[in-house]
Design a protein around this ligand. Structure first.
Ligand SMILES: Nc1ccc2ncsc2c1
Length: 241
């Protein structure tokens, strides 16, 4: 199954980066198909206008609904289809999580709508909700200049989970937030040399004792999660098992 990814933006060149690295390889292998579109291609005035002043006043500009609607008609179609996932990155969206990435990794089509200015006329999102499966998602409590960087981050989080993308899928099971880690943060990692600038690899990792190594890793994951992400822990995690 090929996953089709579409990106609607006034800066479509942001998505040229998807031609390199693993993502580029996935496109070559037919795992994913990437299409970036310039929203201004669906404007009809000399200045290719995509924004206007906000109704009700206020600072900044709002993205007009018309270009989005015409772009949707051409790129996605005019018939409702719940199998199409439309993502609006937004500071006011729901937090994007690893489980959301996992769910999206089985999608056949994902369309990223990258807003700029103060945002997109809300009727665009309402219309999309009437037609497709819409996700308004935030990457964190900070504001970027537009949705493009967020769309790239979400793309990487999702595509790396597509079956066949990662050479060694077993490595996914041990990552932070993965089910294999019980949603905990990943333990610290080490490799050779054993001693480096006076800093040594923890002895337990060189012991060859798999039970002790597994316990050390679990304890470290619980410790790190309790220290850095108490929001991810519940009463059970507080006590290393
Ligand atoms: N459209 C837009 C603007 C800012 C921003 N910051 C994080 S996601 C996002 C999306």
């Amino acid at each position: 199954m090929t996953m089709r990814l579409d990106y609607l933006s006034i800066f479509p060149a942001y998505f040229d980066v998807l031609d390199i690295s693993l993502l580029g390889k996935a496109a070559v292998n037919g795992l994913v198909e990437v299409h970036a579109h310039d929203l201004r291609d669906w404007t009809h005035d000399r200045h290719r206008t995509v924004d206007d002043t906000p109704c009700g006043g206020g600072a900044g500009m709002v993205m007009k609904p018309d270009p989005w609607g015409e772009a949707f008609d051409e790129i996605i179609g005019t018939e409702p289809d719940s199998s199409v996932h439309v993502i609006f990155p937004s500071p006011s969206g729901a937090p994007f999580t690893q489980s959301a990435a996992q769910e999206l990794s089985s999608a056949v089509r994902i369309v990223f709508c990258c807003g700029r200015y103060e945002g997109i006329d809300h009727r665009v999102i309402d219309y999309a909700r009437s037609m497709w499966t819409v996700h308004e998602v935030s990457l964190g409590d900070y504001v970027l200049n537009g949705g493009e960087v967020a769309a790239l981050a979400i793309t990487e989080a999702v595509v790396r989970l597509v079956p066949g993308f990662m050479g060694n899928p077993e490595s996914l099971a041990e990552e932070s937030f993965s089910a294999g880690q019980d949603g905990l943060l990943e333990y610290p990692l080490f490799t050779r040399p054993v001693s480096w600038r006076g800093l040594d690899v923890p002895e337990v990792l060189m012991s060859g004792h798999h039970g002790r190594i597994a316990k050390w890793r679990r304890d470290e994951s619980v410790r790190l999660t309790c220290e850095r992400r108490p929001d991810l822990t519940d009463s059970d995690f507080g006590v290393p098992h």
